[in-house]
Design a protein around this ligand. Structure first.
Ligand code: CMC
Length: 427
């Protein structure tokens, strides 16, 4: 392949370098486009635009491949654990046993959240959505940690990573405890990270809390599968906000808000709500399939389709199996699951979905597991955020270390040309 691309504007030719990634992805480097030609590109939704070079995650949507730092998602989900994968994403290599122990010990140093944060939580109405509360609490952490981390100082960055991993998990679960009117729990430094999630959520002062290790393993796997997904909406938001040199907590808070939307992480909540609605209306999956295909109807089949996966979402394959295992372990027999199965089978056979390559995505199955574990629907996207946290940190760190410029897209102005101002009395 040629290493330049030629663009012709008004009979004048311009050459632009072609960049080829590790897996032969091809990109035209238009860094000098406006300077040389005066023109810009326009690409709503950035469907064709790469915002950065990155060494973190490789994704091939056509082939259904997802790898973190070169390791396949299948291998990681099968053989690794969430903290190990977090370390891999953030620091670039799998940790040695000593590195991993040190990482976990350091996270534990930061699991106590300032008691004053409770005053902030108390300011929210009881029924506030947990994602809104989580975005605010994450942002509020800046008040208790005002010093911005020096990303080039390895020790400082390491401590900031551990602090973020420790505190975010606790405040994420506090959004639920507040909602339920339960006392806010503390992290137990004698237990593992994922087990702590369940304890922070469900352990009550009134009695012992027992948890099956199979459940912890399933959740651990879910967190791994959500841990990074290259330049998706929330990660791009984290990088964009961080590109103005806003701090780590502020950037992550913005990522939480971006994730909340139903076209992104909020889809896991939307899937369950959709399944419940279908059940309430008689369980007719075909009717909802028809609605999703009707261009006059804004309804979309939640949990189907993906911007980059035009083949099966590899995460969905693993989660589907994990969902089956969890349901078998817990002996769950939920009518909503029967509807999910019917809907999935019908959509996979349907020409509309087949021709548009619309397959179930990660959010279609994750909600089914969360529901079986007794996690309330409004918390589903919070679990996605806990899983995605190491990816956001890794991407923020990479962006700052690469000294990327501030994110500032251009536009094509289509508003009114210059007009003369008319005073109110003359309008
Ligand atoms: N139900 C019905 N039709 C759909 C759906 C759907 N879920 N998704 C896409 N389409 C149709 C869409 O109407 C369009 O049809 P046509 O070509 O006739 O106009 C075609 O498929 C292409 O859709 P698009 O909107 O151009 O695709 P996109 O890449 O911009 O959007 C998406 C991707 C994920 C936003 C979209 O598929 C969607 O809204 N899915 C439902 C929400 C969802 O499950 N989101 C979770 C994504 S996975 C988790 C994550 O990483 O965030």
């Amino acid at each position: 392949m040629s290493n330049t691309a030629i663009l012709e504007i008004d009979g004048k030719k311009y050459e632009f370098p072609i960049i080829v990634g590790t897996e032969n992805e091809v990109a035209i480097d238009i860094d000098k486009l406006r300077g040389e030609t005066g023109a810009i590109t326009i690409d709503p939704g950035y469907k064709n635009s790469g915002s950065c070079k990155s060494e973190i995650t490789f994704l091939d949507g056509e082939k259904g491949i997802l790898r973190y730092r070169g390791y396949s998602i299948e291998d990681l989900a099968d053989k690794s654990n969430f903290l190990e994968v977090s370390y891999l994403l953030i620091f670039g290599e799998l940790p040695t046993a000593a590195d991993l122990e040190k990482f976990e010990t350091n996270i534990r140093k930061y699991t106590l959240v300032n008691e004053e944060m409770k005053n902030i939580i108390d300011g929210f109405p009881k029924n506030a959505h947990p994602m809104g509360v989580l975005a605010s609490l994450t942002s509020a952490l800046t008040a208790f940690n005002p010093k911005s981390v020096d990303v080039s100082n390895e020790k400082e960055m390491y401590e900031a990573v551990c602090k973020t991993m420790g505190k975010f998990l606790v405040i994420a679960t506090w959004t639920y405890r507040k909602n339920m009117g339960y006392p806010l729990n503390y992290y137990d430094n004698t237990k593992g990270y994922v087990e702590n999630f369940m304890r922070l959520m469900f352990e009550l002062p009134t009695g012992p809390y027992k948890i099956d290790t199979k459940i912890i393993n399933a959740l651990d796997k879910l967190f791994i599968l959500h841990a990074d997904h290259e330049q998706n909406c929330s990660t791009s938001t984290v990088r964009m906000v961080g590109s103005s040199h806003a701090g780590l907590f502020a950037s992550i808070s913005a990522g939480v808000s971006a994730l909340w939307g139903p076209l992104h992480g909020g889809a896991n909540q939307a899937v369950l709500e959709m399944l419940e609605e279908i059940q309430k209306n008689g369980g007719d999956a075909d009717k909802y399939l028809a609605k999703a295909k009707d261009k006059e109807d804004p309804f979309r089949l939640m949990g189907f389709g993906h911007r980059v996966y035009k083949n099966f979402d590899p995460r969905a394959k693993i989660i589907k199996k994990a969902a089956d295992d969890v349901l078998a372990t817990l002996g769950v027999n939920d009518p909503v699951l029967t509807i999910a199965k019917k809907l999935e089978e019908a959509a996979l056979q349907d020409e509309y979905f087949k021709s548009r390559n619309l397959y179930p995505n990660v959010d279609f199955y994750s909600g089914i597991i969360y529901r079986a574990l007794g996690i309330p629907t409004e918390m589903f996207t919070v679990l996605f955020a806990i899983g995605r946290l190491p990816g956001w940190i890794a991407q923020w760190k990479e962006m700052r270390l690469n000294k990327e410029p501030i994110g500032r897209p251009r536009q094509v102005y289509t508003g009114s040309p210059l007009r003369e101002f008319v005073k109110t009395e003359n309008r």
